[in-house]
Ligand binder design. Sequence first.
Ligand code: G3P
Length: 221
Amino acid sequence: MKLFLDTAHLADLETAKGWGILEGVTTNPSLAAKEGLEFADLVKEITGLVPGPVSAEVTDETADGMVAQGKDLAAIAENVVVKVPMTREGVTAGSRLVEAGIPINVTLVFSPAQAILAARIGATFVSPFLGRVDDIGNDGLGLLRQIVEIYAVQGYETEVLSASLRHPQHVVESARIGADIATMPFAVMDKLFNHPLTDIGMERFAADWEAYQQALADKRS
Ligand code: G3P
């Protein structure tokens, strides 16, 4: 399972890239709005920074408008993936963009039926929003499990991109279920490192090393 960041914040993208684990980026209009840059400039910056796929979302409500926006976004860089919403207009636009050779990510997916539609139009990625499903008292991981099962049974090539992840356990369970990609906020990726026994182990190694060096120094003097 690949690890993507769900952010448009360049400093966080640089940090994760430095860790050597960043394989792609997803953005959405809410995330872009926080950055205060022209959207095309922001997408250009992110695509230059991250070699993997960068999802950039259309905002028009009509299929024609989404196709036009999607073509403009795809022209920014080769690694742009156009994000279209799971609406009738979005699916119409998505199928036209796929026909034009532009990769798409179908977003705002909340049911297995919607995920089937995304696969049938040849989406590169389908994005079920696990956290938002949990937020209304339903089972986000259960949704992911159904989509992964259907895609395996049917042999769909669309990659399942587990999204709206809120904590490390969402990432771990997405991997167990068989998601192709997990996209997460920076804070969640950062927490993947944490374990108290690692911290205790580091403290103990440092203390033992210091005592060892001191003993050698005492012996020399
Ligand atoms: O970008 C798609 C998705 O991951 C959004 O997550 O946290 O706003 O539900 P969230």
